[in-house]
Ligand binder design. Structure first.
Ligand code: Z5A
Length: 220
């Protein structure tokens, strides 16, 4: 049976990497094989492209070319990492995926929606996520977390505050458009509280067969 595919999306500092790791731990305790991965990256070829994308080297080529390089990285990642894992029945948890392209390059970068969707069809094919968590925090909360980490800002983190406010709105709008796949999580609480909300959703949507015990009973 094909494994399950879960993606995490959201603005910077929303806690995606933290929650990817916490969810993987909970699944592994249930003896489920889990592959955690990220975009851009997640395979040797895509990790090489990650450097080009996040250093800003590609930015002067313009948003459409940048989108194509994100797509090339995704194609390699899906073929080399995601599909083989799903095919052998593992669960895959990915830090950013198609929704980041839709929002960063599509909504914010003004790349034609038809180009974005065409590249998505070519690269993703039947590896669509079963469930996507959109971690939502006010921009200033995300910024404060990243500041505390004290790393140099990358090409996207360096964008102005208005960009990040629009980004948050675009993720929330995307979630409203696809409620069967996307779940918005208030990520302002402690990592453990956020992880518990995520876990309840995974139980309800992916682990618990219809008509059995309630999610809260299963979670206890
Ligand atoms: N991008 C794109 O444009 N198009 C695409 O198609 C794709 C990506 C796939 C990748 O950046 C960039 O690529 C991204 C979009 C673009 N640009 N941005 N910005 P990345 O991979 O380097 O970084 P990121 O995805 O933006 O993640 P992040 O902002 O670095 O962090 P995060 O994963 O959301 O959060 P975290 O690392 O788990 O936590 C951040 C800090 O907060 C850390 O110190 C934690 O300990 C702390 N934290 C986490 N959770 C909490 C809670 N709940 N409370 C308090 N503190 C917390």
């Amino acid at each position: 049976m094909r494994g399950r595919f879960i993606t995490f999306e959201g603005g910077e500092g929303s806690g995606k990497s933290t929650q990817v790791a916490l969810l993987a731990d909970r699944l592994r305790i249930r003896s489920i094989e889990v592959v955690t991965t990220r975009e851009p990256g997640g395979s040797p070829g895509a990790e090489a492209m990650r450097h080009l994308l996040l250093s800003g080297l590609v930015k002067p080529l313009g948003p459409t070319a940048e989108t194509m390089i994100f797509a090339a990285a995704r194609d390699d990642h899906v073929q080399q990492t995601i599909k083989p894992a799903l095919t052998r029945g593992a669960w895959v948890i990915c830090d950013r995926f198609i929704d980041s392209t839709r929002v960063y390059q599509g909504e914010l970068g003004n790349v034609d929606r038809r180009v974005i969707r065409a590249l998505e069809r070519v690269t993703v094919r039947d590896a669509m996520p079963d469930l996507t968590f959109i971690l939502d925090v006010p921009v200033e909360v995300g910024f404060a977390r990243v500041e505390k980490r004290g790393q140099v800002r990358d090409r996207f983190e360096s964008e102005h505050i208005e960009f990040h406010i629009q980004l948050r709105e675009a993720f929330l709008s995307l979630a409203r458009d696809e409620p069967q796949r996307c779940v918005v999580i208030d990520a302002t609480q402690s990592p453990e509280t956020v992880a518990s909300r995520i876990w309840l959703t995974v139980i309800e949507r992916l682990l618990q067969p219809r008509g059995t015990a309630t999610a809260s009973r299963a979670a206890s």
